[in-house]
Design a binder for this molecule. Structure first.
Ligand code: 5GP
Ligand code: MN
Length: 326
């Protein structure tokens, strides 16, 4: 169900009534997580609210270019809040330790997200799976309330739009999100700079990781997969924070319908799923205890790489067969 007039009003009222606001986003934050969080934090500060922002372990280095990213705390140990705003998180667990703290120390919770797998947690929900990014919903709230748009907020929100649409290339891209991008540019957000700092860059460590992982790539009946081991990560001097964008690259292969990348963690495996239009990995991600979108989803499974492959690959084959039969 899309947000109704009363949901927008409830969100506006909760914000108006709050003095102290906690804004949070998901673990392993991406451009939309940090962009929508900083956009929301900036809007709230503009309204004179006392704002605390946090994500587990803080923002990743590659997003530190965003104005005011240094306000984001890596953990929470004190504070009581009138309102907690959860951004880009489909469920409470995705908010990590800061989410657990926030839930226990906030009077009201606003759940603002675009994942179709959203569990509808919180007192107020602004959940719109038709939005290309959570940043789009923050912009919609701004439009609803008539709050003013600063350059820093525009910068953060455009970063969310650009990163979640992969530079306006995903099938969900529509004229509406381009119109929002235009409005954000008019407010001072530099589109080419955001593109350059998010999509058109990589570290040499990532290239090293690809060099390690590419020999593991397999393609069979439309299913392309690869594995990143702990050894590969050590070789590249990368930790658990990166998926190296490898899965986005693999799904672009002409013959691929679904792409799966397995990344070995100390006692678990992070699974990244991508689909070509016509195939739905969102439900697979959710069925495996994670979540996501139709074309991009993921989960973390306990156990070894071999166990994860045995569990996921047959389900991915079924998913391809189901898509093929449509
Ligand atoms: P990635 O493969 O880039 O880590 O994740 C792709 C998308 O899948 C993310 O945007 C997120 O929506 C979703 N996702 C990935 N891992 C998880 C997970 O463990 N739980 C949930 N709920 N969603 C996930
Ligand atoms: Mn998002």
């Amino acid at each position: 169900m899309l947000p109704a007039e009363r949901d927008w009003q409830a969100a506006a009222d909760a914000i108006a009534a709050a003095r102290t606001v906690l804004v949070l986003s998901h673990v392993s934050p991406d451009g939309d997580a940090i962009g929508s969080l900083l956009g929301m934090a900036g809007l709230l500060r503009g309204l004179g609210k006392n704002v605390t922002a946090a994500v587990d372990e803080g923002p990743p280095e590659e997003l530190a270019f965003l104005p005011k990213s240094q306000i984001i705390l890596p953990s929470l140990a004190r504070g009581e809040f009138d309102l907690m705003v959860a951004l880009d998180a489909g469920d409470i667990e995705r908010l990590g330790a800061v989410g657990a703290y926030g839930l226990a120390h906030s009077r009201h919770v606003l759940n603002l997200d675009h994942h179709p797998t959203n569990t509808r947690f919180g007192h107020i929900q602004l959940v719109n799976p038709a939005a290309v990014a959570t940043a789009e919903i923050v912009y919609d709230l701004l439009q609803y309330t008539g709050w003013s748009l600063s350059r820093d907020v525009a910068y953060a929100l455009l970063t969310g739009l650009v990163t979640d649409t992969l530079g306006f290339r995903i099938p969900a891209t529509n004229s509406r999100c381009l119109a929002i991008a235009q409005a954000l540019m008019e407010a001072g957000a530099p589109l080419p700079e955001i593109m350059a700092r998010t999509l058109n860059r990589r570290s040499f460590a990532e290239v090293t990781l690809w060099r390690q992982a590419l020999p593991s790539v397999r393609l069979e009946d439309g299913l392309i997969s690869a594995a990143i081991t702990q050894g590969d990560l050590r070789q590249a001097r990368l930790g658990k924070e990166t998926n190296g964008e490898l899965v986005n690259y693999l799904v672009e292969v002409d013959e691929a319908k679904v792409a799966v990348v397995f990344k070995e963690l100390p006692r678990a495996v992070k699974v990244s799923l991508r689909a070509k239009p016509g195939y739905d990995v969102g439900r697979l991600g959710a069925a495996l205890g994670g979540g996501g979108h139709v074309l991009a989803a993921g989960c973390t499974l306990a156990g070894t790489l071999a166990q994860a492959r045995e569990r996921v690959l047959p389900l991915a084959r079924e998913l391809i067969a189901a898509g093929d039969s449509l």
